[in-house]
Write a protein that binds this ligand. Structure first.
Ligand code: GCW
Length: 715
């Protein structure tokens, strides 16, 4: 395969002289190819302000202007005409056009926060006024995103502020290669960009390039190691802290703070104490001292991420203490230093007996955590997976989100496509995340999930806490692959996550539009309309297509145990993991009702507790998550369950075949190496989708004996 190029064929990905450009010439520029800077770089641009992040803005502007023939002007400003002013609101006397932007700023309500900015036109100049250095950086990339539109005389004045303050990625990267999970747990894009074979990679150019991409989509925090913390990784907190500090140094110019996954047993395994009991004085002081040392080395350290008492990780249960005791212990150490602890709610019994049908893994997070609402310190963020099970293609929204009004909640998504095609299948997750963020756990008049994680209090008299929410977190999907994500189109998921964390109300199709125009810049693409149309046709509905040819109607887990690539219908059916579908000759699905099942529906407030309780009102796509129904049960769509399974599986494969054909339209239109990489992956997707179709259809045909009404071939 030849080296990948920037957006247009023929343009090298590396531009010398730009300190933030890629160290490795073979790395794809993702959504920041040079060409994306053409509009800005061909103008006269004034940068006003100072500080480290402002330096980054200056570097970008200077580089872009030298690349595209514009002129970068930095203070002192000499009253020359400029096309663009990027100004920090509070950095001394503003240049004249920026002063004139203050009036429109007041009209839009005034407040910018430190990450926000105003974009407006003053005469012939586009003015960006930022509330703080991070706002200037986000504003710069917003101007890049807009391209020529940023200089349109009709540009509409708009104030931009992130809806969520915390927009974070969790890397499941191991320092030492794990014998089963490898360098990156659930990594589908090669090795780690941070670690290799037991130590740091030290090629920080790649980390800087990553930070830059993150800033350009709005992400401001990263945790740099796996939540399953091994012996080597545990030491990042102490003797290997220098390695973390180096990463922090590389990411800091892009406003990205570093967090660390720590083991709850650290006082024992690192500190030599006989216990890690959260109420033990020596344990508390060990954490306090250790944490202070972290901050001495990394003053803007973000905090800890903890997976405790989950899938074999140590936790407070060993000492008869609660998750609140455990989380508060770390929070207490972090509080004076401004850090937070992300405590994961992914806690369940992973040694369940499959014969026992009363135990329901879906209930576990709520059962463990809801009773603790109000007991967590204010710098504890409870990090809840979006669904009650585990990043399945379709799950109901986790009931924990509605159950803990007095706790700071973050929702955890999965950009890495563990259960959604492992970056070998095209599966654009923007629509899934948008659906979750827009879900209203209390029904039509209540808040959305996005509002909960933003920390917006409920209306009316409640005991809702006020203050910052926990934000959004996602498991990261990049590795050291030249395309970052293995599948070039999977880059769109990372981009979309950042954009939705900034503004959860964005339309995923519009986000995709941004991504397409940045990745394949129209000014350097032969047929931009064809690129746009084709990529949309392939990606817009790809999550639903994936859903069609995999596990049906929300039932989940029909994958190969271990690697989680599918299909294997009974892969988890007789296992200890609590993920069953209960298919027999009469029907399929899990009865989670309170009337006859596990009682899980009870964990939802109205109206959902009732909507989900009855198969009559339960949405089709979640039917088998909540109910065990006969194969001839008629869905709202009018189809029977068994016919739905057949139809969607045939349709899903046809749609993937159509994706493959569509993609061939772009041969010769975009970079050939990128085109080839996607073709290879689509090839695999077609094969895998057919495998899914035939496994699932055959399985259910053999179980039920019901033939396909349309007489298609089932084996
Ligand atoms: O989805 C599951 C994964 C595990 C992961 C776990 C978690 C890091 O299969 O690999 O462990 O979730 O979220 O902790």
């Amino acid at each position: 395969m030849s080296a990948p190029m920037a957006g247009s064929p023929g343009e090298p990905a590396t531009v010398t002289g730009h300190p933030h450009r890629f160290g490795e010439p073979s790395v794809h520029p993702a959504w920041l190819p040079s060409e994306a800077f053409r509009a800005l770089g061909s103008r006269r641009v004034l940068v006003h302000g100072d500080g480290p992040l402002v330096d980054t803005v200056e570097t970008e502007v200077t580089w872009a202007c030298s690349r595209f023939g514009g002129q970068a002007l930095v203070a002192p400003y000499r009253d020359e005409p400029v096309d663009l002013v990027l100004a920090l609101r509070w950095a001394g006397p503003l240049p004249a056009p920026a002063t004139r932007a203050l009036a429109p700023l007041n009209e839009t309500g005034g407040g910018l926060g430190d990450e926000g900015f105003l974009l407006t036109r003053v005469g012939d100049t586009t003015v960006l006024l930022a509330g703080g250095p991070a706002g200037l950086l986000y504003g710069l990339y917003h101007v890049v995103r807009l391209g020529e539109a940023a200089f349109d005389p009709g540009l509409v004045t708009r104030r931009h502020r992130p809806a969520l303050r915390r927009r974070m990625l969790d890397h499941w990267d191991n320092v030492a290669v794990h014998p089963v999970m490898g360098q990156v747990e659930r990594g589908y894009a090669g090795g780690s960009i941070f670690w290799r074979n037991g130590g740091p990679r030290r090629d920080l150019a790649r980390v800087r390039a990553y930070g830059r991409l993150l800033a350009a989509c709005g992400i401001n925090a990263v945790s740099v190691n796996n939540v399953n913390v091994g012996a080597t990784e545990a030491r990042l907190l102490t003797e290997r802290l220098g390695d973390v500090a180096e990463i922090a140094d590389a990411l800091r110019p892009f406003g990205v703070r570093v967090h660390l996954s720590v083991t709850f047993a650290a006082p024992v395994v690192l500190g030599g104490l006989p216990t890690a009991d959260p109420l033990d004085e020596k344990v508390r002081s060990w954490w306090a001292t250790t944490t202070r040392q972290v901050y001495e080395r990394i003053p803007d350290f973000g905090g800890y991420v903890v997976k405790a008492d989950s899938e074999g990780q140590p936790g407070p249960f060993t000492y008869g203490r609660s998750h609140a005791d455990g989380a508060n212990l770390l929070a207490e150490a972090l509080a004076p230093l401004g850090g937070v602890v992300h405590w994961r709610a992914f806690v369940y019994n992973h040694r369940q007996d499959w014969r026992d049908r009363r135990t329901d893994r879906a209930r576990a997070a709520y059962d463990h955590f809801a009773p603790l609402d109000g007991e967590f310190r204010t710098n504890v963020i409870l990090q809840v997976k979006y669904g009650p099970i585990d990043f399945q293609t379709r799950e109901p929204v986790s009931p924990v989100i509605a159950a803990m009004p007095a706790t700071r909640l973050a929702v955890e998504m999965q950009v890495t496509q563990e259960y959604t095609g492992q970056q070998r299948h095209v599966c654009y997750l923007g629509p899934l995340w948008r659906e979750i963020l827009g879900f209203r756990p209390w029904g039509e008049d209540g808040r959305t999930v996005a509002a909960v994680v933003a920390g917006e209090p409920a209306k009316g008299p409640t005991r809702t806490r006020s203050g910052p929410g926990g934000g959004l977190v996602a498991v990261a999907n990049v590795g050291d692959d030249p395309y970052w994500c293995g599948h070039p189109l999977a880059q769109a998921n990372l981009y979309a996550f950042g954009r939705l964390a900034w503004d959860p109300e964005l339309d995923p199709a519009a986000v995709l539009d941004e991504w397409i125009d940045l990745t394949f810049p129209p000014t350097a693409t032969e047929d931009p309309a064809l690129v746009r149309e084709t990529v949309h046709a392939i990606m817009d509905d790809s999550w639903r297509t994936y859903e069609r040819y995999t596990a049906p109607l929300g039932v989940g887990f029909m994958v190969n145990p271990g690697n989680h690539y599918g299909p294997q219908v009974d892969g988890y059916e007789y296992s200890q993991w609590g993920t069953y579908h209960f298919a027999d000759r009469d029907g399929v699905g899990v009865d989670r009702t309170r009337a006859t099942g596990t009682g899980y529906t009870d964990q939802y407030p109205p109206p959902w507790r009732d909507v989900y309780e009855s198969p009559e009102t339960c949405p089709d796509e979640l039917l088998l998550f909540f109910h065990h129904v006969p194969y001839d049960h008629v869905l709202h769509s009018g189809s029977t369950v068994i016919q739905h399974i057949y139809d969607t599986h045939f349709a899903g494969v046809e749609q993937v075949e159509a994706m493959f054909r569509r993609w061939q339209l772009l041969a010769g239109v975009i970079d050939p190496a990128l085109h080839e990489r996607v073709t290879d992956r689509l090839d695999e997707q077609v094969l895998s989708a057919r495998e899914w179709r035939d496994h699932i259809n055959t399985y259910f045909f053999r179980k039920s004996g019901v033939p396909d009404a349309k007489g298609r071939r089932i084996h």
